[in-house]
Structures are given as structure tokens and as C-alpha cells.
Design a protein around this ligand. Structure first.
Ligand SMILES: Cc1ncc(COP(=O)(O)O)c(C=O)c1O
Length: 392
């Protein structure tokens, strides 16, 4: 009997239709209006000093392609210097650059843990951390977001397993805008003989002395097994450094497939990152302004009865509930001149579709005031539109 096989193209079309039906269909749009989805937290992406340094680096390097993997032709003094300087910035013995934060997390976690090990992962960890853990083949134990007592229970439940144990967490959570209890996590790691891995993607440049991040601020940079700092957000570039001991770096150079089997980034990018690193520690005024407008926005939204969850940073989630409501709020804000996108499941848990308001130091106080008014209008317009559609 011939096997009935559904054509692949038919399945693709059906899945896309289903996404449209569930209001989960995504499109690539060009942002316009006041940027509220940008991770350029310090406004460095268009800083004339950084632009000038990058142009100078391209002119002087005489070679705009790296020509190969770092293990073949692609290594350069520029990358070696960038890694040395980044390790000094992050307070670790050494650092290894990957071409994206996603590649760093997947490449690192897939080899730091193995099938005999247990990885304890915060429930709100980023997709790149989740995918790295999955690829490692380790047993994954998800603990409720930031819940130390549930994490401790999980350690007890898995006390008989003999493999290594790893706690994996973001330091500043990308969707909630709240912080991991890093000191407590390290204490638990010590108590149960585990290692700690931290992703500083949204904290680097913004928190800690000179923007060195929350791990540095907590004084535990030398104790975590690895700390990931991405360069595509406050550092206005691309890629990420895994900051760790010399031995962990050597291990990743020998084992991490996203490092080994990938062309090195061009050398001028190393110069751009070094230039950003030279500017970031002194950007105290930008950091202070960013924290002040973020706090004004959180307070203003709470006073208007919105839920901003546990946010305590420049990332302010405006929880709408259903995907339809989040889409309608985003549409209304766009009409009022704000570039914002709805974040829907599966990126966030079901029923917590939201707008992720991500502030940058280039926003002024008057824009925050206007934004508050636009949020109130968005809620009102959506309630009206949804109740007009309801049968009662
Ligand atoms: C917490 C976190 N880790 C890692 C990444 C991935 O970094 P990249 O964008 O450099 O691939 C992101 C990106 O959005 C992130 O939010």
C-alpha cells in the first residue's frame, strides 16, 4: 500500500494559517516613530564618537573580512586584544568572543553540560539558554522564576544524581525587566556543589560600576563558571563574550561548535567593540538618566492602574493579557508615534501577552510623559473596540 504523505509545502501553509488564526503570525516591519523596542540602552549605536572610531578601524585594517574560522585563518590581534580587554572589564581571567549571543549561549551550554548532568534553569530564561541546555542532553529542571526555595527543593530532589550540577540564569530578565538574586544563587550553588552560569545581555553597560554588569557588582565575577556579555545591546555592536577562567576558554575553543565551525567576525568589529568599551565606563550621566526615566515610567504606569510586573529596570513590560489586546495596544501606540511591538506566546507565558517597553538614554522626560498618555489611550481604545465586538 502506498504511504499517504502530507506534502511539506501544504503543512507549511497550514501552520502559517493557524498562526494567523491565533493572532501569533509575525511579520518583518520597518520601525518608525519613537523607538521603544530598541536595546541600544545608552544610545551608543549612533554616537558620533563610535561611528568615527569604526570608520577609522575599517580604513586602517585594510582587510574587511576575517577570511576564516578563528582556528584557521580568522584569528587576529584585534580579536585577541578585544578578548583581553573584555576580560579585564568583566573581572574574569579570560574571555572568548562568539559571533552572536545566541551562538555563545548555545555553543557554551551544549558542551559545559552533558547527558549525565542536571541543569537548573530559571523558567524565564532566554531561548538561547534553553536551546543550549537542550543540545547538551543534560536533564533540565526548570525552577519558577527567581524562586530560591523551589530551586533548593529541586536540588534535594536530585541529590542522588552523580553528574555535575549547573544553575543557569539571566541577571536582568529580558521580558520581565527584573533581577536574579545572584548572591543567593551562588550561595545555593556552593551549598549543593553546583556551578553558576549567568547571562548579562541586558545588564552590561547599564548596571554595575562603570556598566560592568550585575555579576561584577555582586563581586562574584571570578566565582561563576561563565558569564555571558552580549555586544548587540548597550555596546551597540554584535556578538558576545563568554567571560570565564583560562581553562573554560580553552575548553570552549576546543569543544564549542558554534565557535569552531563559524567564520570569525571581521577584525574592524573587534575595534568597534574596543571603542565602545572605552566609552561605556564613563557614561554615568546616560546611565543615571536611563534609570530615572525608567523609574518615572514604571511609577506613572502603576499609578494609572497598569501592571508592569516586577520590573525594576529599563525594560518595562506592559502586560495586556491576550494576544489580541497586546496587538491592539501596540497598534494604538504606533498611531500615536511610538515604535513598539507586541510580545506574544510562546515568547512569554500564555495570558501574559504584553508590550515590552525598552527605554534608551536618548529618550527625554517629555517623551515619557507622552508615552504615559498614549498607554492610557491605547487601553481605552482597545476596551471600546473589544466591547463593540462582544455579543452582549
Ligand atoms: C538574555 C539574552 N541572551 C542572549 C541573547 C542573544 O543575543 P544576540 O542577540 O547577540 O544573539 C538575547 C537576545 O536578544 C537575550 O535577550
Amino acid at each position: 500500500m502506498p504511504v499517504e504523505r502530507r506534502p511539506l509545502r501544504e503543512r507549511i501553509a497550514a501552520e502559517l494559517d493557524e498562526l494567523r488564526r491565533q493572532q501569533l503570525f509575525r511579520t518583518l516591519d520597518l520601525p518608525s516613530g519613537v523607538a521603544l523596542s530598541s536595546n541600544d540602552y545608552l544610545g551608543l549605536a549612533s554616537d558620533p564618537r563610535l561611528v568615527a572610531e569604526t570608520i577609522r578601524a575599517i580604513r586602517e585594517s585594510g582587510k574587511v573580512g576575517s577570511t576564516g574560522s578563528r582556528l584557521l585563518a580568522g584569528n587576529s590581534k584585534d580579536w585577541e586584544r578585544a578578548e583581553e580587554e573584555f576580560a579585564a572589564f568583566a573581572g574574569t581571567e579570560s574571555a572568548l568572543y562568539f559571533s552572536s549571543g545566541y551562538a555563545a549561549n548555545v555553543g557554551m551550554l551544549s558542551v559545559l553540560a552533558g547527558p549525565a548532568d542536571v541543569v537548573f534553569s530559571d523558567s524565564l530564561n532566554h531561548a538561547s539558554l534553553i536551546d543550549g541546555i537542550r543540545l547538551s542532553g543534560a536533564r533540565k529542571v526548570i525552577y519558577p522564576h527567581g524562586d530560591l526555595s523551589r530551586l533548593e527543593e529541586a536540588f534535594s530532589a536530585h541529590r542522588r544524581e552523580t553528574g555535575a550540577r549547573l544553575i543557569v540564569t539571566e541577571s536582568l530578565f529580558s521580558m520581565e525587566g527584573d533581577f536574579a538574586p545572584l548572591g543567593d544563587l551562588l550561595a545555593l550553588a556552593r551549598k549543593y556543589g553546583a556551578e553558576l552560569v549567568v547571562d548579562e545581555a541586558h545588564a552590561v553597560g547599564v548596571f554595575g560600576p562603570g556598566g560592568r554588569g550585575l555579576v561584577f557588582e555582586a563581586g562574584i565575577a571570578g566565582e561563576a563558571l561563565a558569564v555571558v556579555h552580549t555586544c548587540g545591546k548597550a555596546l551597540a555592536s554584535a556578538g558576545a563574550f563568554v567571560c570565564a577562567s583560562r581553562e573554560v576558554k580553552q575548553y570552549l575553543v576546543n569543544r564549542a561548535r558554534t565557535f569552531i565551525f563559524s567564520t570569525a567576525a571581521p577584525p574592524y568589529l573587534a575595534q568597534q567593540i574596543r571603542a565602545a568599551l572605552a566609552l561605556v565606563p564613563a557614561m554615568e550621566a546616560e546611565r543615571a538618566h536611563l534609570h530615572a526615566i525608567a523609574s518615572a515610567l514604571r511609577e506613572g504606569l502603576r499609578a494609572e492602574g497598569f501592571s508592569v510586573g516586577t520590573s525594576a529596570s529599563q525594560i518595562v513590560p506592559l502586560v495586556a493579557g491576550t494576544s489580541a489586546a497586546a496587538m491592539a495596544w501596540a497598534e494604538s501606540l504606533r498611531e500615536d508615534g511610538f515604535a513598539v511591538r507586541a510580545i506574544r506566546p510562546p515568547t512569554v507565558p500564555e495570558g501574559t501577552a504584553r508590550l515590552r517597553l525598552s527605554l534608551t538614554a536618548t529618550l527625554g522626560r517629555e517623551e515619557i510623559e507622552r508615552l504615559l498618555g498614549a498607554c492610557v489611550r491605547a487601553r481605552g481604545r482597545t476596551e471600546k473596540a473589544l466591547s463593540a465586538r462582544s455579543p452582549i
